[in-house]
Design a protein around this ligand. Sequence first.
Ligand code: SF4
Length: 308
Amino acid sequence: MKRYRDLSSWLKEKYGSKVYKVSLTAATTCPNLDGTLAKGGCSFCNDAAYSPLALAKNRRGQSIATQLKEGIAYVKKRHRTPKFISYFQSFTSTYGDKKILLEKFKESLDHPDVVGLALSTRPDCIDEAWIESLLKFGKNKICWIELGLQSANDAVLAKINRWHTRRQFSEAMKILSRYPIPVCAHAVLGLPGETRKDVLETARYLATQPIHGIKIHNLHVVKGTTLANEYQRGEYTPLDLETFVDWGVDFLEQTPPHLLVHRLNAHAPRDLTLAPDWSVNKLGVFNAVENELEKRDSWQGKALGFSN
Ligand code: SF4
């Protein structure tokens, strides 16, 4: 029995085969790093953690065509699949020269094996002009916006140096909801100072937003970050697996069943991960969430009164 609406099954049904994301960079930066808002970035942020180490070097100087070629070859070594999504996950992918960015997005969508793209961004970097352009050339393909909220508690957002608020997320959603563009909201569980109550509040808040999907995952401590320093000074303790799974399933129970679940765990390359150890075992985390759902005989939206 399927207990949540996962993105990969949805894509398989839609395209008749597995679809994998290929991580690309549009060589952007972020207002939280370039001094516009701040210079330190979110306390957990290390861009190197977002793509396979084998591909990470010199990617910012590479054309989209080269990144796609190498990224597709990398995925094909592990999975037999003919279809891909261009995933602009690096930094804030809608921040920068719009003309240049749109050309890069278009170039990635023009690739015959690419069925869509996903753009990872912040609530304060949403602009109506580029959404309109994106929709024009992305007409026959999926164009997801992955919008980072992380937590609905402003005190937690301040603690991780996020430099945006829950209200800004709501304002961005108001703009995006005027367009036929699917939005996946991104939340992280186990942020510094975050409690189970905060996590439930984030889930309940997102259930009220006009989103189409969610990406929720554990916080892991990556080398070279402010969070790594806090962890080494004993000021931050990551969640243990049991607590993460417990909170993750609580979150799913508060999530309306029509929302696609894009992700339930996150990991960085082992060489970059300081803690927790369990986060590098992607399959282990996935199985633990599935087992907890089964143990509780629960499913996405159960706490909202939906049956499975
Ligand atoms: S908004 Fe994203 S890219 Fe910018 S500092 Fe935070 S995590 Fe890093």
